[in-house]
Ligand binder design. Sequence first.
Ligand SMILES: [Fe+2]
Ligand SMILES: [Fe+2]
Length: 376
Amino acid sequence: MSSTEEIIGRADLNDLEAILAITNHDVDAVVHQVKNNADAIFTWDYEKGARPALNKLYEKAKKSQWNGETDLDWSIEVDQEQVVVANSLANGGDGTGPLLDVTGTCFENWSEKEWIQLGIESQNWTLSQFMHGEQGALICTAKIVETVPWIDAKYYAATQVMDEARHVEVFAKYLDEKLSGHYPVNAHLRMLLDDIILDPRWDMTYLGMQIMVEGLALAAFGFMHQFTTEPLIKQLLRYVMSDEARHVAFGVLSLQEYYDELSAAEIRERQEFAFEAAVRMRDRFLQQEVWDRMGVPVKEALSLVSTTPEQMVFQSMLFSKIVPNCKKLGLLDAADGWLRTKFTELGVIGFEDWVDTGAEYDAFALSAEETGSATA
Ligand SMILES: [Fe+2]
Ligand SMILES: [Fe+2]
């Protein structure tokens, strides 16, 4: 059994100094290489539907494909400044200023111009990280096609590979055509994606990607979809979420069966991996690169903004899908409730009885009216 320090590299979850020490040093590199340690598995058991829930998901996915080029209305003009103002108003701000008292802080001399620029950088950063995360999903799901031993899961994963290609494509197009700059992958996100890919065990790819990264993405997309007034991103997120809900269900349905066979020691390793992933994702949302680009002392800025009530609600909402799904998989209460204790320390255990994503995908499905090419 490992200590918190062995799992995440620091003893104190909230040690800002240690969090900020993790940075991305090769921001100009065009490629990033990770050793894929896993065995590719052939199965000679071709019986389709041996796992009915996965088969149902596969049939659903075949009918739910959409086309990012033609189903989204790319003629919509996006005015980033206007979006910043609308977001601020939706969060109870005045449209152009800070949400908190900044007297005596590094923001004291900021004018409306800096606050708007911060909002614009934040949009560029957020959409960039969504795009990088989507590429992580593309690679992980291609890996699952190779490594999972069940034919129904290989079939389903193949449809997810197509979904993820489309997601990378639409986020990249939105960034290029509607926003004003890319950010390199955040170091905490890259560390997590690397860890998922490096692990040779096929179920760890699912746990890291489908349960943790995609569970968080589904919540983050849902949050943004709800509050944004920008019609193109709203539409884009609606389409992406209809796929993501299936992907998270794929993780829950596959792991539920597999975890039944695992020993207590093996389950404990999954709990530790889930905890590590949760911490990396929480750290990535501090958006340290944005503060750096805005030219303010990152640590001071973060100590100020990460404690605002809005930020704390947002941070914990990100876990609203992950926690109930971990509970459904038996990960919260195994090993004397080890993960329950860790999620309590992270302040997210309150979501344990929220709806899990095992069957929620029907509620997210696109209707026939929403799209010409995809049907519910
Ligand atoms: Fe995706
Ligand atoms: Fe996905």
